[in-house]
Ligand binder design. Sequence first.
Ligand code: ZN
Length: 246
Amino acid sequence: MGGLWGSFANVCIYRIPQERGVVAGRSYCPKCEIKISWYDNIPIFSYLFIRGKCRNCKKKISIQYLIVELLSIISFGAIYFFYGITFTTLWFIILALTFVIIFFIDLKHYIIPNSLTYPLMFLGFIKSFDPNLNELFPHYINSLIGGVFGYGIIWAIIFSYKILRNKEGMGLGDAKLLSAIGFWFGWIAIPFVIFSSSIVALISVLPSLINKSKKFSSEIPFGPFIIIGCILYIIFIEQYKNLLFG
Ligand SMILES: [Zn+2]
């Protein structure tokens, strides 16, 4: 399942930024545009079998396709391991797949499409009305506060940075992504996600700051770090809540 949905995620990563439909039409080689036959479109195996090259034009196919499929398999496996066959698993699978798609689109194009964040915000909110929801997730008032708080804090950062430096420090795509996380996990997740994503981002750009291939004013996509911050939140949620409430 993870492999098949990962393969679908690859289609989304490729087609959403170009505003092409993700359902219509078969997959084709981005280089020579030949249609890919079903036996060359099997997750993981086909990539390894054709050694990452198009059968027709021999153009190298990005390793990203393999990474996305592997990440989807690993996350589906981990979610199933922890939550079995439950609604919680279904929610987490939807979140994981959307995260994978946003991660790679932002990494490549520096955008986070509304067509991904809006449905994520909506789902995060409506699931909070389920009375049997796993206690990982907030109820609707907390969810709503989280959504507003997540958006507001990034908006405030953008606004103050604009006044101070007359530049856009972050994008509203980041604000909508953090808002979605607020809707999914409640306001309490927001400070953790901001803090941990900033730390991870700083650590990861440190080498290129030191060897001066990047400056402090260089642009980096922040969405992937917000996603990593959210995954850290899900992993350390118990410790974090104990730290806050004892
Ligand atoms: Zn080709």
